[in-house]
Design a protein around this ligand. Structure first.
Ligand SMILES: Nc1nc2c(ncn2[C@@H]2O[C@H](COP(=O)(O)OP(=O)(O)OP(=O)(O)O)[C@@H](O)[C@H]2O)c(=O)[nH]1
Ligand SMILES: [Mg+2]
Ligand SMILES: [Zn+2]
Length: 307
């Protein structure tokens, strides 16, 4: 009788339609997913996500079969783009999202930062805001805009992958935990990781002179171990980020400064958009609430209503 082969514990480091890569105590294995598992989780666009903890049956010659996907501690999800509107898990079992936006080229995008902050909070993740490419211009106007985030307690790091400014701070923010880098294409996610850890040698590419946007240089999410401990997931930049399963009546919970005001609204289920006697709207009109953040809230709320 053949001895039963023990299953290995592994971590998914890359997801591919054919075979995914799983880091196990026996090295990185190319793995297929067992057929019976593919029947479950039909809600997900993909069954597996980078960062998933799995149990693998080794098949020899560097191959394996994923027998079990362990429950996810946390996840960063979005709604898939295009026709397929199912959930897409961008990363599983991560502790924080590092939201990268460049100061310039492409321009600062705080509305995207706000979306990611909501997604992070909704998925049980921390967040670190990273303003990159500070070598390209005056950062003072951006500092004024970021002030309200710092007041709310969000960490903000100012970096230049080119000059090395702020890289030690980013490195300290990544150490010892699992992070996912997120943001627009061309913001410098891969360049930052190369600056933090030159051995990674990730591809980083110029933005388009014609559109001023990135060219989607990174095409796969990959989980990378960090020398000082911890992991980081580099992801492909996105064009749009549509939230997944955020309850419109609870969106305000993900905006700490709006959440703090809503007790003064006439209606307990106020969405702070059209209702009378809304304390949030009043605070915005009186200049007591960052107007741009309030507009960002309303824009996200409008998108959620589309369903
Ligand atoms: N001046 C300047 N350029 C930078 C900086 N960081 C990145 N870049 C440049 O910006 C371009 C885009 O960088 P990437 O690292 O490929 O950006 P990305 O966010 O990984 O983009 P995708 O993989 O497409 O999502 C490259 O030409 C980088 O050299 C920076 O701090 N300053
Ligand atoms: Mg990249
Ligand atoms: Zn209200």
């Amino acid at each position: 009788m053949a001895a039963s082969v023990e299953l290995l514990s592994g971590k998914v480091i890359r997801v591919d339609s054919g075979a995914s890569q799983v880091d196990t105590p026996s090295g990185v294995l190319r793995c297929v997913v067992r057929g019976r598992l593919t029947e479950a989780r039909t809600q997900d666009k993909r069954l597996l996500a980078v960062g998933d903890e799995v149990r693998v049956r080794p098949l020899g010659a560097g191959n394996g079969a994923i027998e079990e996907i362990l429950p996810r501690r946390t996840k960063l999800s979005r709604r898939a783009v295009g026709r397929d509107r199912r959930e897409q898990v961008v990363a599983a079992n991560v502790d924080q999202v590092v939201i990268v936006t460049s100061l310039l080229e492409p321009p600062l995008n705080l509305n995207l930062v706000d979306r990611y902050l909501v997604a992070a909070d909704n998925g049980g993740l921390g967040a670190l805001i990273c303003i990159n490419k500070i070598d390209l211009g005056d950062r003072r106007p951006a500092e004024a805009q970021l002030g309200s985030y710092m007041t709310m307690g969000y960490g903000v790091v100012w970096t230049s992958a080119r000059t090395g400014d702020g890289i030690d701070e980013l490195k300290a923010g990544l150490a010892g935990r699992t992070s996912v880098m997120a943001g627009a294409s061309g913001a410098g996610k891969s360049a930052l990781l190369n600056a933090v850890e030159p051995g990674l040698a990730l591809r980083s590419g110029p933005i388009s002179a014609a559109t001023g946007k990135g060219r989607h240089t990174t095409t796969f999410s990959t989980l990378l171990p960090l020398g000082g401990g911890g992991y980081v997931i580099d992801t492909p930049g996105i064009r749009e980020y549509t939230l997944w399963e955020v309850d419109p009546t609870a969106l305000d919970r993900h905006f700490p400064e709006i959440d703090a005001l809503k007790g003064g609204c006439r209606f307990a289920n106020c969405t702070h958009s059209h209702e009378p006697d809304c304390a949030v709207k009043a605070a915005s009109a009186a200049g007591k609430l960052d107007r741009r953040r309030y507009e960002s809230y309303l824009r996200i709320l409008g998108g959620l209503d589309e369903g």
